[in-house]
Design a binder for this molecule. Structure first.
Ligand SMILES: Cc1cc2nc3c(=O)[nH]c(=O)nc-3n(C[C@H](O)[C@H](O)[C@H](O)COP(=O)(O)OP(=O)(O)OC[C@H]3O[C@@H](n4cnc5c(N)ncnc54)[C@H](O)[C@@H]3O)c2cc1C
Length: 390
């Protein structure tokens, strides 16, 4: 998968769409800490942007993974992190999962409408008791004659309070066996269950007051005796962990590209400001302390971009790449944070003011040290520790 002139043409058209549909409203959305998620998804669905790499039979465009890379980079160029954070869940986490693991009913009822932007998706893995440790998952789906009875609670879920359905990480238990006791299960009982949020017993609640990505919705989900049809179970029995591994591989690769694009945009902004602002009679850029720091971060950016591109190649070849994707996401998100810090630093007091793009970039940059796998959880995996971490 090499990015060719078709990808370049696509990049231009995506940029034009985002400039038309997102840019004019973005500052207002951030200020109001709210974006019209359903409306935005419908508009982007009409442009075909929610199913780039999905099979044509599922309503997608059937394009190669290079188009997802371009999409990630263009979302990363936006001057606020919220759209990328919300949309990445739809386009590069949940919908590819449904296309790979969903049965005919799931594809017809959820996947196709979600590709059109008529439904908003969430991935609900984290629980109040812990997000980095799969052994901490307590949510349970108990098989009964009526379907799967779901009980549990999920926390910090992107799109959580606006989603029309959530893919929920849970333990699958058989009724009438000693498995149904209320105790934690092993990796082999992990399952991914598609749960429509309009079912009785589902409760969605929005978090208010966040450090960054303020327009993006984050919510808490509670499931109390929710009866979910058996056909909403994704994948084969016992394949939940495998499916999760694939989900995290694509998610982390995509997020690495978003973070790298955000770092690039901020570096350009920092360099432009350093060129125009004089201190001690010469531009900041001519002070070695600043120019070397910019150069150092620029060099790191080049490496992160190359590495991330290489991980997209692995995805294109359907190779196992969870470790590589975790490395890319770890380094890209750390780089984003470092660049955000420098950007604020070169802007001096002006950068510290509430509501400006510099302050917002600094706040937004903090998220991916946690979301998509906390840094230390990724290091745990990269170090090759036993597979209990997310
Ligand atoms: C903006 C945002 C969006 C999110 N979106 C989603 C979503 O859509 N779906 C979803 O399921 N979750 C989501 N999350 C939750 C996120 O995945 C978790 O916050 C993350 O996995 C950490 O889990 P935790 O918060 O429970 O912290 P804990 O698991 O309690 O970990 C606390 C801290 O411990 C450290 N730590 C973790 N593992 C190790 C280790 N092995 N060794 C040493 N130290 C370690 C890390 O510093 C970590 O931050 C989101 C979080 C944020 C902030």
């Amino acid at each position: 998968m090499r990015l060719d002139r078709h990808h370049e043409l696509f990049q231009k058209s995506v940029r034009a769409v985002l400039e038309r549909l997102v840019m004019p409203e973005l500052d207002d959305w951030e200020e109001a800490a709210h974006m019209p998620t359903h409306q935005l998804y419908r508009s982007l669905g009409e442009e075909g942007l929610l199913g780039l790499t999905l099979p044509v039979g599922d309503g997608g465009l059937g394009l190669d993974i290079g188009y997802a890379h371009v999409w990630a980079r263009e979302l990363g160029r936006l001057p606020a992190g919220s759209p990328a954070m919300s949309l990445s869940v739809q386009t590069d986490i949940v919908l590819p999962l449904l296309a790979e693991e969903g049965g005919a009913d799931v594809r017809a009822t959820y996947l196709r409408p979600a590709v059109r932007g008529e439904l908003v998706a969430a991935l609900a893995a984290t629980e109040p008791g812990g997000g980095s440790d799969l052994a901490a998952v307590r949510t349970t789906a108990l098989r009964s004659s009526k379907g799967l009875r779901l009980n549990g609670e999920k926390a910090f879920i992107t799109n959580g309070s606006v989603a029309d359905f959530a893919v929920v990480l849970c333990h699958l238990r058989e009724a009438g066996t000693d498995q149904d006791a209320n105790r934690p299960g092993g990796l082999d009982s992990l399952a991914l269950l598609l749960v429509p949020t309009n079912l009785p017993g589902v409760y969605q609640e929005r978090y208010t007051g966040k450090l960054g990505n303020r327009a993006c919705d984050h919510g808490r989900l509670t499931f109390t005796d929710v009866v979910v049809p058996e056909e909403n179970l994704l994948g084969r029995p016992g394949s939940g962990y495998e499916a999760l591994t694939r989900v995290f591989t694509r998610e982390r690769t995509f997020l690495a590209a978003v973070c790298a694009a955000r770092a690039e945009t901020m570096l350009d902004r920092a360099a432009a400001h350093a060129r125009g602002r004089a201190v001690l009679g010469r531009p900041l850029l001519e002070h070695q302390a600043i120019s070397f720091r910019l150069a150092e971060l620029d060099a790191e950016l080049a490496l992160v971009q190359q590495y991330t591109e290489a991980v997209f190649h692995l995805l294109d070849e359907s190779a196992a790449a969870l470790r590589q994707a975790s490395i890319a996401k770890l380094r890209a998100s750390r780089l984003e944070r470092e660049v955000a810090d420098l950007l604020l630093q070169v802007h001096g007091g002006e950068g510290y003011l509430n509501g400006g793009p510099v302050e917002r970039a600094y706040r937004d940059a903090r998220a991916y040290g946690l979301a998509g796998g906390a840094d230390e959880a990724l290091l745990h995996l990269i170090a090759g520790h036993p597979r209990t971490g997310i």
